[in-house]
Ligand binder design. Structure first.
Ligand code: OAD
Length: 242
């Protein structure tokens, strides 16, 4: 492990255009469950399979059940940024990191101080009325007295700006993420099972020098990475000096 940390230190010392590509494993050290680990959301015993709940069709036909699950399990408003988030913010501040590309919707990178964050799957912090498009913040949605939050102007149902299954990703976010990945010299992939597409496919645009992978479990990119560290991303990154 120590040898790997030294290698990572050397890569980071010699890179000035790093991109970080992350997933739910980046926020588990903040107390937010991931999806596919044994204690992840998709392994919960629930009335409906969680993977079905967070789909467009389910939101349309059973918004109440959607919001029961979503507010309870996915809107973790008390979670705080962990060592991975704050490390990345510092790396950006030092001019060494050009972007964080994340599949997470929790807003913890921004809360930790990062500025250039491309949220491929949206954010719990942006919510819009499905009829008149009025904006609402996460607190409004979480604390609405009806289970289904409704627009105070027109009474329409409010929908989180989160990419549900069957929905497409935002074009501009995708373009920005691909540009960042295509132009960086080091790509650090962390805390993601790399099984959800198209997000996982974006790492194929990388043509820089060092591909680093930090993940608790094995992934399909282990074979292609120059450096693979099986560990907790916050614990690993906090050992790097910048
Ligand atoms: P997953 O739950 O599929 O994968 C999380 C990965 O992080 C697993 O491989 C874990 O082993 C690893 N992990 C957990 N804690 C870690 C830690 N502290 N340090 C390092 N690794 C850790 O989550 P994602 O890959 O993000 O999409 O899932 C992708 C998408 O699937 C999500 O964005 C979500 C979900 O359906 C939507 O909701 C659209």
């Amino acid at each position: 492990m120590m040898e790997n940390i030294e290698k990572l230190q050397e890569i980071i010392d010699n890179s000035n255009n790093i991109v970080f590509f992350g997933g739910a494993g980046v926020s588990t050290e903040s107390g937010i469950p991931d999806f596919r680990s044994v204690d992840g959301l998709y392994n919960l015993k629930y009335k409906y399979p969680p993977e079905q709940i967070i789909s467009h069709t389910f939101f349309q036909y059973k918004p109440e059940e959607f919001y029961r699950f979503y507010k309870d399990k996915m809107m973790c408003l008390d979670a705080k940024p962990n060592k991975a988030h704050t490390f990345l913010a510092k790396l950006e501040e030092k001019g060494k990191l050009s972007a964080v590309v994340t599949q997470n919707i929790d807003g913890l990178h921004q809360a930790g101080g990062s500025h250039t964050v491309y949220e491929l799957h949206g954010s719990i912090h942006r919510n819009y009325c499905t009829k008149c498009h009025t904006f609402y913040d996460a607190e409004f949605v979480k604390n609405s007295k009806d289970l289904i939050p409704k627009c105070t102007k027109c009474g329409g149902i409010i929908k989180p700006d989160v990419v549900l299954y069957e929905e497409g990703l935002d074009d501009e976010t995708v373009t920005n993420a691909i540009n960042a990945i295509s132009n960086c010299d080091t790509l650090i992939i962390a805390g993601t099972s790399l099984v959800v597409y198209p997000a996982a496919s974006f790492i194929r645009y990388f043509k820089g020098n060092h591909l680093v992978l930090i993940n608790l479990s094995e992934t399909s990119a282990d074979k292609t990475a120059d450096l693979v560290i099986h560990g907790k991303v916050g614990e690993v990154l906090s050992q790097i000096k910048i």
